[in-house]
Design a protein around this ligand. Structure first.
Ligand SMILES: Nc1ncnc2c1ncn2[C@@H]1O[C@H](COP(=O)(O)OP(=O)(O)O)[C@@H](O)[C@H]1O
Ligand SMILES: C=C(OP(=O)(O)O)C(=O)O
Ligand SMILES: [K+]
Ligand SMILES: [Mg+2]
Length: 585
């Protein structure tokens, strides 16, 4: 038996734009539906096409309308799945669904930074098997050739093993950094030692207690008495003397300095933003890296030290002009004072955001980082943008095989905040236990998510209208109704048929209790959806006929033992705006 609600919209109906101040806005509008015809059919092959009377309050438009499929951008044709008789999902998800059932699949997504510890094919495969959804390459480190090889291996892994691991390229940005320490893996600064920081390029081997700085204005901008923080305070120095380009500093807090570590300087307890505040967000080297990322067809480009929405808009049009066929998503890294000042407009302009706590904690007092994180996660959810919580989640696991209790609590908090994704940095890039660190993220995520469901912590978070057209508003209403129905009815899974991924993201935003099976015909959309909370992306070719899509999905998933007769499913689609509730035949 299937019960359904179909909503037909005329493509020319305009709808009042929601206020631009969306952050705390409770949606004041609810499209006063419209008369709804629920069709009950016991014949899976019947294709009753219900007519729905639309009387849109306010616009005066009314009438009986026939089915008008929604407009969507046509995805790149070369990546549309051509085999119409199969469904693609990776072996790990398939095994997890079979063994544990729908309910216990992991909803929080996992991003791993790839570095020397994880760059070989087998190491990448181990991460994919361990649940890596996105592989991040950090352009601060390594050569383009090195990154190219990693991208090739991830792609091969996807092709040969059926994974849909997405690739995120993270730009270096032009904030102040130390040099690469002449190839050394770290340098230890001891209490009271005098070190020289200089823009000079030192001969190799690097003279003792010297560090190269990448910012030409460094010696001019710092003053004697300033405090110099390496990596947000992992090591601290006091500036004691300036001699031409060389800045002599005394170590006041000893510690280990890593190659290309970030440097900030502080005066009278405040972060100094001198001419370095004027450095471009995207440096010339970053533009070349971005060209590389476009040429390689990465899925996400993360932009470091974003200051305003302008740079995001600029980059998005640059990408659009250079790669007409691709849909690279732009992720804004929130890691500076400037990005916090313009938070909403930056997130609105981006396709997602990262709470980059490493550098953020170097620019604002550490005790302000947790509230900033919560705020960023919440705004992203409201604006329907995926959000990644990054840096030092399991820092001690770079060296040790078990995390600290405090680290587990930190991971739990990010999961409890319902961030889309968690990220490993050094833990997976150069740590000794990358697979164990990933396993900790996985088990903590699953445990906290389960606890959340058992405690029935359905949030009361108001989700404001994000789209601007009437059709968008209907999609949003459909998704929030479907998610609510799924929770109230205790359904096993939500199904969404989506061409661009938008409808899937709207469902994910509602954070329903059951997993969301997202069916898309495009490989790149499937990879991109892998970053979003609760979505299990499948590649499947489908048509505009929902009845036949559902029948086909049921038979393919049943044949693989991923669903069974009697499972309760709610299906929504952006093909024919509709909600259908049914038991798998
Ligand atoms: N491609 C790479 N090549 C060599 N080392 C890397 C690479 N990517 C990351 N690393 C190492 O892993 C550490 C953590 O990575 P990440 O957090 O992304 O960078 P950072 O510490 O510069 O913010 C880096 O400091 C670096 O030592
Ligand atoms: C993720 C971050 O950026 P990166 O590792 O590139 O410094 C961070 O600063 O937390
Ligand atoms: K970076
Ligand atoms: Mg950073």
């Amino acid at each position: 038996m299937s019960q359904s609600l179909h909503i037909f919209t005329p493509s020319n109906l305009t709808f009042p734009k929601p206020s631009s101040n969306r952050r705390f806005l409770v949606t004041t509008f609810s499209p006063k539906l419209i008369s709804i015809k629920a069709s009950t059919s016991s014949d899976p092959n019947s294709s009753t096409s219900p007519q729905v009377l639309i009387s849109n309050n306010g616009t005066g438009a009314s009438g009986i309308l026939s089915s008008t499929p929604q407009d969507y951008d046509t995805p790149p044709s070369q990546s549309i799945f051509s085999d119409s008789s199969s469904i693609e999902v990776d072996a790990v998800t398939e095994a997890e669904l079979k063994e544990n059932g729908f309910r216990s699949t992991r909803r929080t997504k996992l991003v791993c930074t790839i570095g020397p510890a994880t760059c070989e094919f087998e190491e990448l495969e181990a991460l994919a098997v361990g649940g890596m959804n996105v592989a991040r390459i950090n352009m601060c480190h390594g050569t383009r050739d090195w990154h190219k090889r990693v991208i090739e291996r991830v792609r091969r892994l996807n092709e040969e093993k059926g994974f849909a691991v997405a690739i995120m390229m993270d730009t270096e940005g032009s904030e102040i950094r130390m040099g690469d320490l002449g190839g050394a893996s770290s340098a230890k600064a001891e209490d009271g030692e005098i070190w020289t920081f200089s823009v000079r390029a030192f001969d190799s081997p690097r003279p003792e207690r010297t560090v190269n700085v990448n910012y030409d204005g460094f010696a001019e901008d710092v003053k004697v008495g300033d405090e110099l923080l390496v990596d947000g305070g992992m090591v601290r120095f006091e500036v004691i003397e300036k001699i031409g380009p060389d800045v002599k500093c005394r170590c006041t807090d000893p510690g280990l300095m890593l190659p290309r570590a970030n440097l900030t300087f502080w005066r009278d307890g405040s972060l100094v933003r001198e001419r370095n505040a004027m450095l471009p967000t995207i440096s010339s080297k970053d533009w070349l890296d971005i060209d590389f990322g476009i040429a390689e067809g990465v899925d996400f480009i993360a932009i470091s030290f974003v200051k305003s929405a302008e740079v995001i808009n600029h980059l998005k049009s640059y990408i659009a002009a250079r790669s007409r066929d691709s849909d690279i998503a732009v992720i804004a890294k929130i890691e500076s004072v400037d990005s916090l000042k313009n938070l909403e407009e930056i997130i609105q302009a981006s396709d997602g955001a990262m709470v980059a706590r490493g550098d953020l904690g170097a620019q604002i007092p550490l005790e302000q980082v947790p509230s900033a994180q919560q705020n960023i996660v919440q705004i992203c959810r409201q604006l329907n943008k995926p959000v990644i919580v990054a840096s030092q989640l399991l820092e001690s696991m770079i060296e040790y095989p078990t995390p600290t209790r405090a680290e587990v609590a930190d991971v739990s908090e990010a999961v409890r905040q319902r961030a889309d994704a968690l990220m490993l940095s050094g833990e997976s890039a150069m740590g000794q236990y990358p697979d164990k660190a990933l396993a900790v993220l996985r088990s903590v995520s699953v445990r906290i998510e389960k606890w959340w469901r058992e405690e029935k912590c359905h949030e009361a978070m108001e989700l404001p209208v994000v789209g601007s057209s009437f059709s968008d508003s209907i999609s949003e209403e459909i998704c929030s109704s479907a998610a609510k129905m799924a929770n109230n009815l205790g359904v096993d899974a939500l199904f969404v048929y989506t061409k661009t991924g938008h409808m899937a993201s709207l469902l994910s935003r509602c954070r329903p209790d059951c997993p969301i099976f997202a069916f898309t015909s495009t490989i790149s959309v499937r990879r991109r959806l892998n970053l979003q909370w609760g979505l299990i992306p499948f590649r499947l070719s489908f048509t505009d006929d929902m009845e036949s899509n559902l029948n086909k999905t049921f038979s393919l998933l049943k044949a693989r033992g991923m669903i069974k007769s009697g499972d309760l499913v709610i299906a929504v689609s952006d093909i024919l705006q509709s909600i259908q509730v049914m038991n798998v035949p």
